[in-house]
Design a binder for this molecule. Structure first.
Ligand code: NZQ
Ligand code: ZN
Length: 390
């Protein structure tokens, strides 16, 4: 284990089909004014809204609703949420939904009382909050992002064609999250599969970095195997509780800081994927899927040993008779086969990307240092073009 680090995670989790019964106890820790934040209406259709409202009423809370958080929440919506939170002086933001709703709730929590423009402060200048932070709690309804137990908050600015994530610290992470796997049964198939790939790629982003013998890599391999196993069951039988519950738990542990410990971490697939998202507003997990294989093929020569290990440990490829290069390539082939099997998007073309967007998407892509190869702008364009023609 290399590196010097601190580890703590302040989010209290309640997991299982009875998890919501712990919400009243959590609500008693906060004042009476609660902002209830949710998305485009799925929670009204599947009954989760009614269950949560009942808890809030029984706890004697005054509820200020903030519906309509869109997938890939925008800076315009953020300003709206800030006004609701400030004008009603809310004591808690309860986010009921997926990563978009929870990310947005964190953004409102640090922005409602900040001086100046929150987009510039937190997303362009990447400053840390130095003002009042409104506590956030979550009821998770869609798995993938890990937002329920991390400080990540991704906001899109369509005017500036930028989608940027700020990873805030312990003081912004949800105080508590309610994880009932049954709540995910109604997630549309496309979103479920995108979420599954998002989980898998979060693990890859941390795994494909570093050369040392690192416990985080062994944890990552175990999580990847569990995701693959559960995904195969969930795509055939979406209401399989065992599979959906394992996916939910894997998603949380894939991105709650644990498996990043002692790692430089890559995150370049996410950087390209987010830039694609800024131009197309496509579903996050699908943007990652569409650029992953061209990216990993591109960096394979620089991280060959790790890709060979990935083949053997995650996919069970018998690598003994192979050269390291052959083993590494077999690992990516196994990844590709699984991606096709669960039905992710394999080309950015399908997400609305056209040749004339490539330069702009490359300009919107942050080039990070932590992976096996620091990309150039031209390499980003080459990767995008390969995906476009896939
Ligand atoms: O808006 P509603 O009507 O609720 O519908 C949502 C939405 O259309 C629907 N949905 C959610 N739960 C449902 C459901 N439909 C039926 N039944 C349910 N139980 O699913 C759709 C997608 O939801 P969304 O929250 O947008 O998806 P996801 O959880 O993938 O979040 C995506 C956002 O998170 C960011 C992404 O960039 C994107 O903006 N990320 C956040 C991260 C973090 N916090 O660390 C890391 C990730 O890499 C990611 O960047
Ligand atoms: Zn992601």
């Amino acid at each position: 284990m290399l590196g010097n680090f601190k580890y703590s995670n302040p989010t209290r989790l309640y997991f299982g089909d009875d998890a919501l019964s712990f919400l009243p106890q959590e609500l008693s820790n906060y004042g009476p004014r609660v902002m209830l934040t949710y998305g485009g209406g799925s929670i009204k259709r599947n009954g989760i809204y009614d269950e949560v409202i009942r808890c809030l009423r029984e706890a004697g809370k005054e509820v200020f609703e903030d519906p309509g958080v869109m997938s890939n929440p925008t800076v315009t919506k953020l300003y709206e949420g800030c006004s609701i939170a400030r004008e009603n002086d809310v004591d808690l933001i309860l986010a009921v939904g997926g990563g978009s709703t929870i990310d947005y709730a964190k953004a409102v929590s640090v922005s409602a009382w900040c001086d100046g423009d929150p987009w510039e402060k937190y997303y362009l200048r990447m400053e840390e909050p130095d003002n009042r932070i409104i506590p956030v709690g979550s009821v998770l309804t869609m798995v993938g992002t890990g937002s329920e137990m991390n400080g990540g908050s991704v906001i899109t600015n369509h005017e500036q064609m930028r989608k940027i994530g700020h990873v805030f610290g312990d003081n912004v992470m949800p105080k508590f999250s309610i994880l009932n796997p049954k709540y995910t049964f109604t997630v549309p198939r496309y979103q479920m599969v995108a979420g599954i790939y998002d989980i898998f790629n979060h693990i890859c982003e941390q795994y494909f970095s570093g050369e040392d013998d690192n416990t985080s890599d062994y944890l990552s391999e175990a999580l990847m195997k569990s995701v693959v196993h559960a995904s195969r069951i969930a795509v055939k039988d979406p209401e399989n509780y065992e599979a959906r519950s394992n996916l939910m738990w894997c998603a949380t542990w894939a991105l709650n800081t644990l498996i990043a410990k002692g790692k430089t971490t890559d995150w370049e697939v996410h950087m390209i994927g987010q830039a694609v998202g800024a131009y197309t507003d496509a579903t996050h997990g699908m943007t990652l899927a569409a650029v992953s294989l061209p990216y990993y093929r591109h960096i394979l020569p620089y991280g060959e040993a790790k890709f060979a290990r990935f083949a053997g440990e995650v996919w069970g490829v018998r690598t003994e008779e192979m050269t390291q290069r052959e083993a590494a390539e077999a690992g990516l082939k196994a990844l590709e086969d699984w991606m096709r099997e669960i039905g992710v998007v394999m080309s950015v073309k399908e997400l609305g990307v056209t040749e004339d967007m490539l330069e702009g998407i490359a300009d919107a892509t942050f080039l990070l240092q932590g992976g096996y190869k620091v990309l150039t702008r031209d390499e980003v364009i080459a990767i995008l073009r390969e995906s476009l023609n896939a």
